[in-house]
Design a protein around this ligand. Structure first.
Ligand code: ATP
Length: 371
């Protein structure tokens, strides 16, 4: 019943715009797989190609070993939830959910039974006779989910399903969708631009920018070992300091960042994304705000900056500083130490960039690339 989804060398062009650039993706059976990226990066286009609403310009799409590239949507066994739900407002909940089964010409009794079952799955039992206009946003979202599930799809496709809900409801529905996906074990492809949603819900994430897949990995992998500057900055927050490699030893990699020299641990988690022969190539030293400490100039990776903003939130202190060369550095101190309350705008401070906290990453590719 469950399906693996494979995209092989898929390209999608709309006139002059290449929305998806040569994409290879392999989504595992039963997996919660998220397409994450900023607006316009091609996520919806990919989802619509999997559903069959768009044909790829090049390449193939397989469900298990079946080539579905040219199959129409209703023959693909996918259930889709659209961003705006796309419910029929003048029809009842029951009629909306029944739609996919009526198109498939199932007997009346079966339709009734399966609609009730789907409504129960999304905790809307007893709402069948209501009109869509009488439902809250969260309830409409559940009807859309029931309508996708009622056909017992092999693959569930969700396009930013939570973006129209307020923050509290979004948290609630996030948990509900995960529970439902886990209990049904259905292969799920989820589209979002929200990194927190992606990190908290997914088994694996594919990060996209400008139609190019930048990285595929578990939430921990993309957060902890981003493959390039785009992923480092888009998933979580980071500081990116332009740098070049000066020398490499078995223990450390030394880089120049403008006038500063930084030492970085030569361990996979810090340097795995370095290109071959990295000397002289443009790179970034990526360090998360919470990895930075306050120090004095004696620390090996001490960098001087002028404070431009201080924000105390009770449990944390956020400090933004401008480094020489106009680079902005953001530090987040989670363990407040005595004296920190005296940090003021305009002050000059030394920031320690510990060598185990820095990751060296190449710039993001812009052109054709494999995912
Ligand atoms: P969003 O989060 O804003 O929906 P997205 O990442 O889902 O963005 P897509 O909607 O897939 O991005 O769009 C990718 C690119 O393809 C954009 O440049 C968009 O303008 C273009 N595009 C998408 N659909 C069409 C279409 N039907 N005709 C022409 N261009 C399109």
């Amino acid at each position: 019943m469950l399906s693996r989804v494979e995209l092989k060398q898929v390209v999608k062009r709309f006139g002059d715009v290449t929305a998806v650039k040569r994409l290879n993706l392999s989504i595992r059976e039963g997996e919660f797989f998220t397409l994450l990226g900023p607006s316009g990066c091609g996520k919806t286009t990919i989802l619509r190609m999997i559903a069959g609403f768009y044909q790829p310009s090049e390449g193939r799409i397989l469900f298990d070993t079946n080539d579905v590239t040219h199959l129409p949507p209703h023959r693909r066994d996918t259930g889709m939830v659209f961003q705006n739900y796309a419910l029929f407002p003048h029809m009842t909940v029951m009629e909306n959910v029944a739609f996919g089964l009526q198109v498939r010409k199932r007997p009346r009794e079966e339709i009734k039974r399966r609609v009730e079952e789907a409504l129960a799955q999304v905790r809307l039992a007893g709402y069948g006779e209501r009109r869509i206009s009488q439902l809250s946003g969260g309830q409409q979202q559940r009807v859309a989910l029931a309508r996708a599930l009622v056909i017992r799809p092999r693959i569930l496709l969700l396009d930013e399903p939570l973006s129209n809900l307020d923050a509290r409801l979004r948290d609630e529905m996030r948990a509900e969708i995960i529970n439902l996906q886990r209990s049904l074990g259905i292969t799920t492809v989820y589209v979002t631009h929200d990194q927190t949603e992606a990190l908290s819900m997914s088994d694996r994430i594919a990060v996209f920018n400008q139609g190019v897949c930048q990285q595929v990995g578990t939430p921990m992998e993309v957060y902890n070992t981003p493959t390039n500057s785009f992923v480092a900055a888009f998933v979580g927050e980071t500081n990116l300091l332009p740098c070049t490699v000066r020398s490499v030893t078995p223990e450390t990699v030394t880089v120049s960042c403008g006038d500063w020299v930084l030492t970085v641990d030569n361990r996979p988690e810090n340097v795995a994304s370095l290109p071959d022969d990295p000397e002289g190539k443009p790179l970034f030293a990526s360090i998360r705000p919470e990895g930075i400490r306050l120090t004095d100039e004696s620390a090996p990776n001490a960098i001087k900056g002028t404070v431009t903003l201080v924000q105390f939130t009770g449990s944390t202190l956020q400090c933004t500083a401008e480094l020489e060369g106009g680079i902005t550095l953001r530090a987040l101190f989670l363990n407040l130490r005595r004296g920190m309350e005296r940090i003021r705008k305009g002050e000059t401070l030394w920031f320690d960039l510990p060598k185990e906290q820095i990751r060296l990453v190449p710039p993001a590719p812009g052109g054709e690339a494999d995912g």
